[in-house]
Design a protein around this ligand. Structure first.
Ligand SMILES: *Cc1c(COP(=O)(O)O)cnc(C)c1O
Length: 368
């Protein structure tokens, strides 16, 4: 069995940039008439913006979405020629910084629209932006009624609106009637703004059919291997592999417990492995007693409470388990969606919570 070769670290995270690029191409191919952007907020869903952004650019991606100005500035430093949108919109007074770095706000309200238009007027030059229309989230965006009332108003041109955008409430629940209602509302908005391209679909939205595609796809999660179609098998290539070193293997007798508060008790003699990784590495403590890892291809349940730096596995059925060997916590079919479910959350939170304590390896291709 391979050792991890990083004895200074307890675990290793391997990120396959070729898989990220292939996932982008695969999503782009779902909507042959539309272009495909990449949402790379939260440090590229925890995968490392500095690595994933150039990989996506090389694959052909030219438009990127982030959440904050700080993220946009980081992206701009890496991608001098990309179109970069800031999803969280225009915070008061930040306009000049956006303009200085050629960043585009996704304007989420009439006050933002007015502030951006005013900046363009003062500069004597139009700066492009997107207009976010709220079709159901009640989070950001002008209402459908406001958007319809604004259509044809000179402020739309003064604010350089170059993209109309909305966001799905339940894209991953393909049968939810809210999807059809949002599609109908967005189609109405689009026809009120002839000539302005539209962006509707996140990862899951892309799989809701052609009416969801419009001009610019906006996937994030699926680029990083998350399943955009929870109602069927994952069409994306896995991106992550998370492996932890086995620090010790020990036997316990019937009646013994392991870990804090003795949360797990052996009903019969068992063989345990202690992994050199814990919740401080970003592996969720909420997966205590519910998650699993693979040792030599055998599924080994996590026992008791996950510690800050250690995880205990039941390796009774995994004869390969040995000190200095490794356990796979993500990879080999154990995907981020499964880990998310075990922790009572979603794979998105697993990705964005990926720690910085383990050593990271970036690879391109099948050496992942
Ligand atoms: C995060 C986000 C996306 C990407 O969503 P995924 O489900 O990760 O594909 C798209 N649009 C908006 C507005 C977002 O906030």
């Amino acid at each position: 069995m391979d050792a991890i070769h990083e004895p200074t670290h307890g675990a290793r995270l391997t990120i396959d940039l070729a898989a990220v690029a292939e996932n982008w191409r695969r999503l782009a191919a779902e909507a042959p008439g539309g272009r495909c952007a990449a949402v790379v907020k939260a440090d590229g869903y925890g995968c490392g913006l500095a690595h994933v952004a150039p990989a996506l650019w090389s694959a052909g991606c030219r438009t990127f979405f982030v959440a904050h100005l700080s993220e946009a500035l980081a992206a701009r430093a890496i991608l001098p020629d990309a179109v970069i949108y800031i999803l969280n919109g225009l915070l008061p007074g930040l306009g000049p910084t956006l303009i200085a770095h050629d960043l585009r706000p996704v304007l989420g309200g009439q006050d933002e629209l007015a502030e951006w238009a005013h900046l363009s007027d003062t500069a004597g030059q139009r700066h492009p932006a997107a207009l976010h229309v709220d079709t159901g989230m009640n989070r950001l965006g002008v209402s459908v009624a406001e958007a319809l009332a604004l259509a044809g108003d000179p402020i739309v041109e003064r604010a350089g609106i170059a993209l109309l955008m909305t966001h799905l409430v339940s894209a991953e629940l393909s049968g939810d009637p809210v999807n059809a209602r949002q599609m109908a509302d967005f189609a109405r908005i689009r026809s009120a703004y002839p000539g302005i391209p539209g962006s509707f679909a996140n990862s899951s939205g892309i799989f809701l059919g052609p009416d969801a595609h419009h001009d610019l796809l906006r996937p994030g999660y699926a680029l990083f291997g998350g399943n955009p179609t929870p109602w069927k098998p994952n069409p994306m290539r896995p991106v992550l592999r998370l492996e932890a070193e086995i620090a010790q293997v020990r036997e316990v007798a019937a009646g013994e417990t392991c870990g804090y508060n003795g949360r797990w008790r052996a009903a019969e003699p068992r063989r345990l492995a202690t992994l050199s990784m814990g919740y401080a590495d970003g592996y969720p403590r909420a997966a205590s007693g519910r998650g699993a890892a693979l040792v030599g291809g055998v599924r080994c349940p996590i026992l008791g409470l996950i510690s800050m730096d250690l995880i205990i596995l039941d390796v009774t059925d995994a004869p390969e388990a040995a000190r200095g060997g490794r356990a796979t916590l993500i990879g080999d079919g154990l995907d981020v969606d499964t880990v998310g479910r075990a922790a009572g959350t979603i794979g998105y939170e697993i990705l964005t919570g990926l720690g910085s304590r383990y050593v990271r390896h970036y690879v391109t291709g099948h050496d992942a």
